[in-house]
Design a binder for this molecule. Structure first.
Ligand code: MTE
Length: 346
């Protein structure tokens, strides 16, 4: 992120088609009133209960060979009926904008632990061992515990959420994630009355994440949210993309997705979720406090010190497009920040 992206020339700037975006916002608001539908079939496959016998345990391959969830579903699984008829694998949290092609999502990445270039994470992801994988849930919780990932995946139905992702470097994608709301996990673990923040920690293992051998950042990568942000229905833990298991370069086996914030909040390959009373440290805000804040809400009115945040380059498109406040999710999340100065709390 320290590298300066190319500035857009004046001719590349798209006239703001804001009325179109407004239509989408209104539609999203209507969808939010509905009930999210779940994909039970993916859940069965990802837990590995049937994977061993069917030989579909893609998650055990180093780096994770993505396996289509539908192909791996055991025959006769009850969820097949629901998926075919009612849910079509969609939840209500879906933008109708064109989805970024899968190949782009898995080959243009930021994951400094796997290398600093955009192509390095995909090239090095094979070092990451995705099973066994455990997450420590601790701190201000009534039920702190170490959770095996496959156990965790049995707890919650998976949903598809098609979200915009806006990187602080001023590029963006539209990604169909597969995962579950972070709120579901937190409710189950029961935060104490003292819990005000949540901190997320990436795996620390320089053998699997060789970028950690150089001190470009203070490893492990940590990120944090206020508890109300963490409990917001848009906030999710993702385990898949385009119906396939997450690959190492995208933060396998489990990563955070907060669509109204800059992408760096989306901590990858999580091994710890800690509830805290005090605001936790976060990697980028410590590395460059003038450039990356704790809140990191997408805000076209607050430029990065070295580039404008007013527009963005959607991967796969030539012209830049305007960046929207809260990445287009203002209607859903602006209330979380009422009364706050978003320039100060950037
Ligand atoms: N998580 C870790 N552990 N290390 C990282 O370098 N990069 C962040 C975020 N999560 C990063 C990380 C940044 S800057 C972005 S934009 C997103 O991951 C990119 O996610 P993607 O590669 O899946 O598109």
């Amino acid at each position: 992120m320290s590298k300066l992206p190319k500035e857009p020339s004046a001719g590349e700037i798209t006239p703001p088609a804001l009325y179109l975006r407004r239509r989408e916002l209104l539609k999203n608001a209507a969808l939010f009133a509905g009930t999210a539908s779940a994909i039970g079939g993916g859940l069965v496959w990802l837990t590995g209960r049937d994977a061993g016998s069917s030989g579909a345990a893609g998650a055990e391959a180093p780096g994770g060979d993505a396996v289509p969830l539908t192909d791996a579903r055991p025959p006769g699984d009850a969820s097949t009926r629901a998926e075919a008829g009612e849910t079509k694998g969609r939840s209500s949290f879906v933008t109708d904008e064109a989805r970024t092609p899968y190949e782009d999502i898995i080959s243009y990445n930021n994951f400094y632990e796997l290398g600093l270039s955009k192509s390095a994470p995909a090239a090095n992801a094979g070092r990451l061992r995705l099973r066994p994988w455990a997450i420590s849930a601790d701190g201000e919780l009534k039920r702190p515990q170490i959770i095996d990932l496959d156990t965790l995946l049995r707890w919650f139905p998976l949903e598809e959420r098609v979200y915009r992702m806006r990187c602080v470097e001023a590029w963006s994608m539209v990604i169909p994630w597969l995962g579950f709301p972070l709120a579901a996990l937190l409710k189950r673990l029961e935060p104490t009355s003292r819990a005000r923040y949540v901190q997320f920690t990436t795996l620390l293992d320089p053998e699997q994440l060789p970028g950690q051998k150089s001190r470009v950042l203070d490893w492990p990568y940590v990120e944090g949210l206020r508890i109300d942000e963490a409990m917001h229905p848009l906030t999710m833990l993702a385990v898949g993309i385009y119906g396939k298991t997450l690959l190492g370069q995208n933060g396998a086996p489990i990563r955070l997705v907060v669509p109204w914030k800059y992408g760096f909040k989306g901590c990858k390959s999580i091994v710890r979720i800690e509830l805290t009373e005090r605001r936790p440290r976060t990697t980028w805000s410590e590395a460059a406090p003038d450039e990356y804040g704790f809140y990191a809400n997408v805000n076209p009115a607050v430029d990065h010190p070295r580039w404008s945040q007013a527009t963005e380059r959607r991967i796969g498109e030539l012209r830049r497009r305007p960046t929207l406040p809260f990445n287009g999710y203002a209607e859903e999340v602006a209330g979380l920040y009422s009364g706050m100065d978003l320039r100060e709390n950037f």
